[in-house]
Write a protein that binds this ligand. Structure first.
Ligand SMILES: [Zn+2]
Ligand SMILES: [Zn+2]
Length: 378
């Protein structure tokens, strides 16, 4: 691993942000459309749609990181988007969108200064036309000069965005050339200029993809990782974060139960078990992304390597835009916020409770039986 990929986080400057996670719907996507190799029993990816409210009280600013999906996407999105979703057999369910949730919490939309899009895909861009013109949109590099992203549909028939998102408001394209900062090898912008919230250049899934690193206390961070990966099995386990001998809490138990299950039971479904290198199942991710889901697969791999380093730090909780393994671990807005995710209260914190929970996706009958036979109370 290159030297620059060590996690050297910028020093605390007295400022933090409060981050809340919004549950903005859910998709089901055939696993074979996104991930390889096939793992028995995991044919459908359960893909919740998350959005994040980020508040910096010191500077008096609020922004949304991603807006989920607009409710009436079938009527208003460009034909290529609808066709893609249909041909991929994706199902979508949005009982409440981001605007419904903000309104239910009595948050005036005019108090949201900016919408930061992790990238231009329709399950992230939401419906900015519902926000007042004072809410700006912040986008990744090259957005305004890419026909696929700007202008939007229907003005531009090739667009994967919708033009009314941009009407009457500022569209701010991030310029990483203008910032000397790097975090974990990725170019970074200190958005509020107080070391509380860094926007990271994280290309590959698309040419405008960004992540955000939010400081939630002096030395703890959330990494809002967008679609840098589509399943945490793409970056767990690794030599930096190996699959433990005993996984506690068991991924098949209650989120913070004391039951443990042996890591060895996952060897049989790990792709390594079919190779000469079967011993590496504890340090090799379960999945690789299919190259078709990334516009630049080589660059997406560079981003994924950085993600592994963030993920291995106990000080950073990584949240993908569609990670179902955290759904029953985290407290969703408006009931709670993510600040204090590292708190223990005598129990595993959110990261400890959630890290191996994705393994329940691989709960075939064989695995379930092994679990029953071998799990133990520590
Ligand atoms: Zn995407
Ligand atoms: Zn997505």
């Amino acid at each position: 691993m290159p030297d620059e990929l060590s996690l050297q986080l910028p020093p605390f400057n007295g400022s933090i942000v409060r981050v809340s996670i919004l549950y903005a719907g859910r998709m089901e996507i055939p696993t074979a459309m996104m991930l390889q190799p096939q793992i028995p029993g995991h044919d459908i990816v359960d893909a919740p749609i998350y959005s994040f409210l980020v508040e910096n009280d010191k500077v008096g600013k609020k922004l949304m990181y991603d807006l989920g999906m607009m409710k009436d996407w079938e009527e208003r999105q460009a034909p290529p988007i609808r066709n893609q979703m249909q041909s991929a057999n994706v199902t979508v369910d949005i009982p409440s969108d981001v605007v419904d949730i903000l309104k239910s919490a009595s948050v005036p939309l005019s108090s949201i200064n900016s919408i930061l899009w992790s990238h231009h895909h329709a399950d992230h861009t939401g419906d900015p036309s519902l926000f007042p013109p004072t809410t700006s949109i912040i986008v990744g590099p090259g957005f305004k000069s890419n026909r696929q992203t700007y202008p939007g549909y229907p003005d531009n028939p090739d667009a994967h965005t919708v033009q009314d998102a941009f009407e009457g408001r500022d569209l701010i394209e991030l310029d990483f050339d203008a910032s000397p900062l790097k975090v974990c090898g990725l170019r970074a912008i200190d958005w509020f200029e107080d070391d509380s919230f860094y926007i990271l250049e994280a290309l590959g899934h698309t040419s405008d993809h960004i992540m955000a690193l939010a400081r939630t206390s002096e030395d703890r961070f959330l990494l809002l990782a967008g679609d840098a990966a589509h399943h945490v099995g793409e970056f767990r386990p690794t030599p930096l974060l190996p699959l433990p001998e005993f996984i506690r809490p068991s991924p098949f138990g209650a989120p913070r139960s004391v039951i443990a299950c042996p890591g060895s039971i996952f060897e049989q479904i790990h792709p390594c078990s079919h190779s000469h290198d079967s011993g590496s199942f504890r340090t090799t991710p379960f999945y690789e992304p299919l190259s078709v889901i990334n516009s630049d697969p080589a660059t997406a791999r560079v981003t994924l390597e950085a993600l592994k380093v963030f993920d291995a730090s106990p000080d950073v909780l990584v949240i993908l835009a569609h990670d179902p393994s955290l759904r029953d671990i985290l407290e969703f807005y408006p009931e709670g916020d993510l600040t204090g995710w590292e708190r223990q209260d005598g129990q595993p914190n959110s990261k400890e409770a959630g890290t191996w929970r994705f393994l329940r996706d691989f709960g075939t009958k064989d695995i379930q039986e092994l679990v029953k036979a071998q799990q133990k109370t520590e």
